[in-house]
Design a binder for this molecule. Structure first.
Ligand code: FMN
Length: 214
């Protein structure tokens, strides 16, 4: 790398985050910021990093897409037998992270995941494009595949055996709902004196709000 990364920096000056003005309910505060991210024209504001860990605490992280968000939690879909699926089955503690650069905002969400109900996962799977449905069947996600041709041949074969509109949801594929106990809303500020407001709850109802040092 020729560039001096030490000189790469941005001073954040767009907005502030005030505990007197935020919503007392972190789900509503999330909705507000999510709407603003959409209005800002971000391509995939629902792209988020998902961190999981194995039973001895070794972490792993990858991007997934948020497919549902309400007071019950934050939903994403994946393969139950993938690395994340195996980790979450043994250790349900997980964390989500959104970084919306255009708004100089970060949101961190932590809690435990539970598998979403079968009918909910079925309905979402049925709403996916045909190609994505075939792709879910064709990919033994996170396992080694000899080469790309194997994957594509598998997909072509599945297209012959599963007509469009008639692809059932694989039993190894479904949704997870992360039920939060902690949110952090981060707004970049000038000179690294950023605003950080953390919401915590034991029961998911009464949320305390505290400011953290940046
Ligand atoms: C923007 C973006 C969105 C993604 N969305 C998903 C998703 O919703 N579900 C999923 O299983 N993988 C998604 N992926 C792929 C994952 O990042 C990852 O490669 C895959 O799930 C395997 O991860 P694992 O081996 O840790 O289980 C996405 C990748 C990117 C870059």
């Amino acid at each position: 790398m020729t560039e001096d990364l030490g000189k790469l920096r941005t001073d954040y000056q767009m907005a502030g985050l005030d505990e007197a003005e935020v919503d007392r309910d972190p789900f509503r505060q999330f909705d507000l910021w999510f709407d603003q991210a959409r209005e800002a024209g971000l391509i995939e504001p629902n792209a988020m990093a998902l961190a999981s860990a194995d039973p001895v605490g070794r972490p792993s992280v990858r991007m997934v897409l948020l497919k549902g968000a309400d007071e019950r939690g934050f939903v994403f879909y994946s393969n139950f037998e993938s690395r994340k699926g195996r980790e979450l089955a043994l250790n349900p503690h997980a964390a989500l992270l959104f970084w919306w650069d255009r708004l100089q905002r970060q949101i961190r969400i932590e809690g435990e995941v539970a598998v979403v109900a079968e009918d909910e996962a079925d309905a979402y799977f049925a709403s996916r494009p045909y190609g994505s449905q075939i792709g879910a069947w064709a990919s033994a996600q996170s396992s080694v595949v000899p080469d790309r041709r194997v994957l594509e041949d598998r997909a072509r074969h599945l297209e012959r055996t599963h007509a469009e509109g008639r692809v059932p949801r694989p039993s190894f594929w479904g949704g997870y709902r992360l039920v939060p106990t902690r949110f952090e809303f981060w707004q970049g500020r000038t000179s690294r004196l950023h605003d950080r407001l953390v919401y915590r709850s034991r029961d998911g109802n009464d949320w305390t709000i505290e400011r953290l040092s940046p």
